[in-house]
Design a protein around this ligand. Structure first.
Ligand code: GDP
Length: 364
């Protein structure tokens, strides 16, 4: 499954947010999750379309799609030099698909700040510096190897040296790898280096309850500091999320949200932001046994999408009977869709669309 790692300085609210986000899994009691690493949690992706399909199909069970979230605590100043188990945490970041960087934008004298004052811009720079230093280390090591290879005057090796030097200079200027301007033929090496600052990033400003809607001075300062990064910034109150997560039933949660003047829990916004950050879409399978949502990358062709269910589906793919979500809902059933001639039979080249309801035919 897709993994997002939560990073941020100590005491900014990472664990509070992590616990709130991942406790929501209790609501998807059907989902067969074994507890694994306590730092890895599962967030079910809320999707009203799934509820609609449930209504229409009336299946034995409904399974939402999920994103995994990893609490990468312990990233502090000096981590790239191995401070405070730094290297281990940095290694954890290497494994995730995207980074959720939490910064503290709430003022609360009862909560100690590791650097003495609340300053999200400075905090972000501290984390960035550690990640950039670690990447510099990676690039320098690689550069040494590439230089040795380039002695043979191999054209490609020489080009790789150039690329590595370019990325190195970019990092040395204090910028994350993701903002480096690279040519087409430099991308392969760039990707291969698995740099931490190349990963897509989502900033979460952890705010107090009064600032969830409009933000505050701290979030404004933060937003302008990251304006040129092309990154998404959202406001969440970890404290509120924790309160919501403690409520047992969906009804109680909705009531609480209404009282707060909120339309939905912050986790929903976070998931939507992660989806758009990672270019993800959802398709559905809808049978009497199970109605289920599946996450894929935008642009996946039908066999790749089938492969998310099982690799055999991809290998033996024959065709995909496909119904647009809107047709399914407006006509009300698979049978009605068929009768109206709205079910299409798609082949290997079909690019799956968000909301497609699919039935795969395959050889075993
Ligand atoms: P971490 O070290 O980043 O994981 O931070 P924690 O989640 O452990 O939070 C540190 C402290 O800040 C705890 O005492 C939390 O209760 C408190 N805290 C977290 N989020 C909020 C928030 O949104 N508002 C306020 N006032 N306190 C918070």
């Amino acid at each position: 499954a897709l993994q997002c790692g939560i990073v941020g300085l100590p005491n900014v609210g990472k664990s509070t947010l992590f616990n709130a986000l991942t406790s929501a899994k209790a609501l998807a009691a059907n989902y067969p999750f074994a507890t694994k690493d306590p730092n890895v949690g599962v967030i079910t992706v809320p999707d009203p379309r799934l509820n609609k399909l449930e209504e229409l199909v009336n299946p034995q069970r409904v399974v939402p799609t999920t994103i995994e979230i990893v609490d990468i605590a312990g990233l502090i100043k000096g981590a790239s030099q191995g401070e405070g188990l730094g290297n281990q945490f940095l290694a954890n970041i290497r494994e995730v698909d995207a980074i959720i960087h939490v910064v503290r934008c709430f003022v609360d004298d009862n909560v100690v700040h590791v650097d003495g004052s609340v300053d999200p811009v400075r905090d972000k720079e501290i984390i960035d510096t550690e990640l950039i230093l670690k990447d510099l280390d990676t690039v320098e090591k690689r550069l040494e190897k590439l230089k040795k290879q380039a002695k043979s005057a191999d054209k490609e090796a020489l080009r790789n040296v150039e690329t590595a030097q370019k990325i190195k200079a970019h990092l040395e200027s204090g910028a994350p790898a993701r903002s480096a301007q690279l040519e087409e033929d430099e991308i392969a090496l760039y990707k291969d280096m698995l740099l931490l600052t190349a990963k897509p990033i989502l900033y979460v400003c952890n705010v107090d309850e009064d600032s969830v809607h409009e933000g505050n001075e701290l979030t404004e300062a933060f937003k302008s500091a990251v304006a040129d990064e092309n990154a998404e910034v959202i406001y969440i109150s970890a404290g509120i999320e924790a309160d919501i997560a403690e409520l047992e039933t969906m009804e109680e949660r909705l009531e609480f949200l209404q009282d707060m003047g909120l339309e939905e829990p912050g986790v929903n916004r976070l998931i939507r932001a992660a989806y758009s950050l990672l270019n993800l879409i959802t398709y559905f399978t809808a049978g009497e046994k199970e109605v289920r949502a599946w996450t894929i990358r935008r642009g996946f062709k039908a066999p790749q999408a089938a492969g998310v269910i099982h690799s055999d589906f991809e290998k033996g793919f024959i065709r995909a009977e496909t119904i647009r979500y809107n047709d399914f809902v407006s006509l009300g059933s698979e049978q009605a869709v068929k009768e109206a001639g709205k079910m299409s039979v798609e082949g290997k080249e079909y690019v799956v669309q968000d909301g497609d309801v699919m039935h795969f035919r395959f050889n075993v």
